[in-house]
Design a protein around this ligand. Structure first.
Ligand SMILES: Nc1ncnc2c1ncn2[C@@H]1O[C@H](COP(=O)(O)OP(=O)(O)OP(=O)(O)O)[C@@H](O)[C@H]1O
Ligand SMILES: [Mg+2]
Length: 105
């Protein structure tokens, strides 16, 4: 199952995404949370803290500025650019996908 949370500014996207992610994880679903917001603060709502959220944001910035190689695949992306959040959620702050394979990533 893939869920995308979209909406107007300040409408509660980040809060909703975090609550849904943590609730599903608490009920035993394996959850990966991807933050692709231009102001990525899902880490705060998920509970990983300010420092870890900043670290993830800095990694995305390094990718966008060409200082880091994109991950070649899903497992590598989560390993290199992800962090463990409370309740077992795996969080990654992501940027555009280079050369995506067909289908929904
Ligand atoms: N269901 C709710 N009831 C009351 N307040 C809420 C609710 N959901 C979110 N909020 C509050 O509304 C504000 C905006 O929420 P949030 O940051 O989740 O929105 P957003 O859509 O992600 O915003 P942005 O567009 O800036 O990324 C926050 O202060 C949050 O605590
Ligand atoms: Mg938000």
């Amino acid at each position: 199952m893939k869920l995308a949370v979209v909406g107007k500014g300040g409408s509660g996207k980040t809060t909703t995404a975090a609550v849904v992610a943590r609730t599903l994880a608490r009920h035993g679903t394996s959850v990966v949370a991807l933050d692709c917001d231009s102001n990525p603060n899902l880490g705060i709502s998920l509970g990983v803290g300010d420092d870890e959220t900043e670290r993830l944001i800095a990694m995305r910035q390094a990718l966008d500025e060409g200082e880091q190689e994109h991950a070649p695949g899903w497992d590598d992306l989560l390993d290199r650019f992800g962090t463990d959040a409370p309740d077992g959620v795996r969080l990654a702050v992501v940027t555009a996908i280079q050369n995506p394979e067909p289908g929904c990533p």
